[in-house]
Design a protein around this ligand. Structure first.
Ligand code: GDP
Ligand code: IMO
Ligand code: MG
Length: 423
């Protein structure tokens, strides 16, 4: 068996959580491979809404095993909150969740370093989620990190060492000394809570599952344009959000990857700082935000909104090796007379369909194609045959420009509002 991957092609919040939940019944295992509680994956069904941050979005279906892979960074305090919340909804995570020994721990001081790093950057701050993501991955790469497997062996010593490094660093950054004892106690209590979960060598587990003919869906967090190598650097997250991240974040060899589902919104959003060529600062942008409820699931921040960017999407499809596309939130455009799609960038008067080295050092003017809107409420539709002709034409246009078929179309936040075309 091969492992399929589902990941975001834009700047995150494409609707990954919803679709992973919808696809979970087709799989035996769902595995998160990178990111941490900077993610906010929303699911809606039976009139209820859930937001998952570190826990994979396969926990609401029945019997599938969910894995937090080695590429993830885990904050035990937020993990506990999330797990206890799910427990209240009747989900006994201990039966369905396994966590990699090699996933790295986010410490309270990582969050302080995240905030201090942002303050130090001033006007050029990234607008991080403040969850300590960058400092935790920095420690991983600089070989100072604490891994979940460490909690079973001389943990106090390892923790004290890492803590000292961080406090010294905060002092060097000119941060005033703060009393972290309360934060720390809560964190250490949550470490004890974490011990009661099934903490495993997840690379063996996932590969064994595939050997035994079980199916695996890898769930990405963030999106390709936030990838640390290929995103809009430095305004990115600190992990590899791309398909290759599923290999390194779970211990899967590249030849074990099957389908790659690339997910995007029918328009585009971004939260935090950084370039966004098709961003709309006018009424249209505000209308998209209002109809699409474009406010962050983690921080509540307003999401910046704009038209779909096919230059960025084509780039993401190339980097990720996308085999099937999934289009989300088409219903948000239901009332529009005209839909625009950016097909190229004009830079210094020259048109290009390539992603430049960086987007912020020069004026990037999007070149748009206009398409007629479908002016139909699509939220109650349940099959492709009911699509208005203009909407089918929009899909055809995207498939032709992107070179990959659109397998699923989402027309509302609920599980039921999902139309499967050709999986
Ligand atoms: P994720 O981080 O990729 O899982 O996406 P988020 O959960 O952060 O953001 C997606 C938001 O859009 C959530 O509030 C979803 O409930 C909502 N959503 C998902 N699909 C659709 C859709 O097709 N239509 C509408 N109107 N909302 C959707
Ligand atoms: P999901 O999985 C949207 C953005 C932050 C910031 C940048 C770096 O829900 O799609 P970080 O805290 O990771 O150091 O922040 O990345 N960001 C996201 N934007 N969706 C996310 O996750 C994001 N995770 C991080 O806003 O610009
Ligand atoms: Mg999100």
């Amino acid at each position: 068996m091969k492992a399929d991957v589902l990941l975001g092609l834009q700047w995150g919040d494409e609707g990954k959580g919803k679709v992973v939940d919808v696809l979970t019944p087709r799989y035996d295992v769902v595995a998160r491979f990178q990111g941490g509680p900077n993610a906010g994956h929303t699911l809606e069904f039976d009139g209820k809404k859930y937001v998952l941050r570190s826990i994979p979005s396969g926990v609401f279906q029945h019997g599938q095993i969910n894995i937090i892979g080695n590429g993830v960074v885990l904050d035990p305090v937020l993990f506990r909150q999330e797990a206890e919340e799910l427990q209240k909804s009747g989900i006994d995570l201990r039966n369905v969740l396994k966590i990699s020994k090699k996933a790295h721990l986010i410490m309270p001081t990582h969050r302080l370093l995240d905030a201090a790093g942002e303050r130090a950057k001033g006007d050029s701050k990234i607008g991080t989620t403040g969850k300590g993501i960058g400092p935790t991955y920095t420690d991983k790469i600089s070989r100072n990190g604490l891994r979940i497997g460490d909690i079973f062996n001389d943990f106090d010593i390892k923790y004290a060492k890492a803590r000292k490094l961080h406090l010294d660093q905060l002092e060097r950054m000119g941060e005033p000394a703060t009393d972290i004892s309360e934060l720390e106690q809560n964190w250490l209590d949550s470490i004890n809570y974490l011990r009661s979960f099934d903490i495993i060598d997840s690379e063996y587990y996932v590969n064994n599952c595939l050997d035994e003919g079980k199916s695996v869906l890898c769930e990405g967090a963030q999106g390709t344009m936030l990838d640390v190598d290929f995103g809009s650097y430095p305004f990115v997250t600190s992990s590899n959000t791309i398909t290759a991240g599923a290999c390194s974040g779970l211990g899967l060899a590249p030849n074990r990857i099957g389908e790659v589902f690339g997910i995007f919104k029918a328009y585009c959003t971004r939260v935090g700082s950084g370039p966004f060529p098709t961003e709309l600062f006018d009424e249209t942008g505000k209308t998209i935000r209002a109809i699409g409820h474009e406010f962050g699931a983690v921080t509540g921040r307003e999401r910046r909104c704009g038209w779909i960017d096919l230059v960025a999407l084509r780039y993401a499809i190339m980097i990720d090796g996308v085999t099937k596309l999934i289009m989300m939130k088409s219903d948000v455009l239901d009332t529009f007379d005209t839909i625009k799609a950016c097909v190229a960038y004009k830079i210094n008067g020259v048109e290009t369909d390539r992603m430049p080295f960086n987007l912020e050092d020069q004026a990037v003017e999007p070149v748009y194609v206009e398409l007629p809107g479908w002016k139909t409420d699509m939220t109650a539709l349940r099959s492709e045959s009911e699509f208005p002709a203009e909407f089918s034409a929009y899909i055809d246009f995207l498939e032709q420009r992107l070179g990959v078929p659109v397998a699923i179309v989402s027309i509302g936040p609920d599980r039921e509002q999902t139309i499967i075309r050709n999986l």
